[in-house]
Ligand binder design. Structure first.
Ligand SMILES: *Cc1c(COP(=O)(O)O)cnc(C)c1O
Length: 362
């Protein structure tokens, strides 16, 4: 039984919808925001009431702390339209738990769970015509929070803005990704903020990623910050390998983001009776596995691209190639992606209770 009170969230509607301006056949993932956004401000030790307002710019003082010291955090999730035309938000509770962990690490307060959940539900319900109907499409949801104290000295902010914006995301079938095993730069250090979805982690990753791109790769495959010996994750994706018939992924530590997609794929793999090993993978083991053909598949997993097959892995200047499926194959990455999509698009029973339908009152 749900004992939480459902908060009332007032809506002030946009004067005019921009929905008709959207080119649904050429959606640039996340490029166009929907008509409305949710905002909720924190000051004086408490959250004010959340409200949904027309999408538009914020006006902030140049001395707002967010512009200077990096107190900025976010989540990334999706709403889907099922084949019987109902709209749901995928695993909002799991995303909220991660937001709480991220916020704690950055000394930020968090909106109450019922504000997060009902705010998302009400917003997506209002924007439901923006949820793509085409196969593979979704409405991307971006909750985020910034420090708004106006002061130039470094200190924990006393005031914040929490907001949620949405953007349609087209069917996105990434080609095989070419990754470079990073042996010099570090994304996350032990004791640092790698497990948190905070802005600073991404700013610091840009330069190494640009370097890798200049060398012809798409992404960096990060290794541990101490010896650059163990594989961690890639861009905004967790990483999986298929060694023989085993699905292998590195364990969560404070340097790896606890991906919701990763968790789903591990659950679905267990459901399908696939043998799974969550354990460290050294670059040496990976390289040996690629040389001997023991490594059959490699892929990234994250909300944005769902499952991204990795076709090339560069290790210390040498490229290794993996056969990549065309979407019709029978590899584990395709099997797991299909299993996840089947739940999200309502083609198989949602036995884990992951779909939170927006027409279900709480
Ligand atoms: C968001 C993110 C992921 C993927 O997490 P999901 O919850 O599956 O979207 C993986 N790694 C990093 C660094 C991320 O920021």
């Amino acid at each position: 039984m749900d004992t939480m009170m459902t908060p009332y969230i007032p809506v002030s509607r946009a004067y005019r919808s921009r929905l008709s301006e959207v080119d649904w056949d050429n959606l640039q993932p996340g490029a166009v925001a929907t008509d409305h956004m949710l905002i909720c401000d924190y000051a004086g030790g408490r959250w004010k009431d959340a409200e949904i307002v027309p999408f538009g710019p914020f006006s902030l003082s140049p001395t707002s702390l967010v512009f200077h010291y990096g107190q900025t955090i976010f989540e990334g999730m999706k709403a889907f339209r099922t084949e019987d035309d109902r709209v749901h938000i995928f695993r909002p509770g799991k995303h909220y738990q991660r937001l709480v962990k991220t916020a704690q690490r950055l000394c930020m307060p968090v909106v109450a769970p019922e504000i997060f959940r009902e705010g998302l539900r009400r917003l997506v319900e209002l924007e439901k015509d923006w949820v793509p109907a085409q196969p593979g499409g979704a409405l991307y949801l971006r909750p985020f929070q910034i420090a708004t104290d106006t002061r130039l000295s470094v200190r924990v902010s006393d005031s914040y803005r929490f907001a949620i914006v949405c953007a349609p995301w087209g069917a996105y079938f990434p080609g095989p990704v070419k990754v470079k095993v990073e042996r010099e730069f570090t994304r996350a250090a032990k004791g640092g903020t790698g497990f948190a979805k905070c802005g600073g982690n991404y700013g610091g990753a840009l330069y190494p990623t640009e370097q890798a791109m200049a060398e012809g790769y798409d992404q960096v495959l990060w290794t541990d910050g101490i010896h650059h010996k163990y594989v961690e994750e890639s861009g905004m994706m967790n990483v999986f390998f298929v060694f023989g018939d085993k699905l292998v992924t590195p364990p969560l530590t404070d340097t790896i983001l606890d991906g919701v997609t990763r968790d789903c794929l591990l659950t679905l793999a267990a459901d399908a009776g696939i043998s799974v090993e969550v354990r460290p993978v050294s670059v040496e083991e990976l390289q040996h596995g690629l040389e001997t053909g023991v490594v059959k598949e490699a892929f990234g997993a994250g909300t944005a691209a769902v499952v991204s097959p990795i076709g090339t892995i560069g290790i210390d200047g040498k490229d290794y190639y993996l056969p990549v499926e065309d979407g019709e194959g029978h590899g584990l990455s395709q099997l797991l992606k299909n299993a996840l999509d089947d739940i999200r698009y309502g083609r198989r029973p949602d036995v884990h209770g992951w779909n939170y339908f927006v027409d279900t009152a709480i």
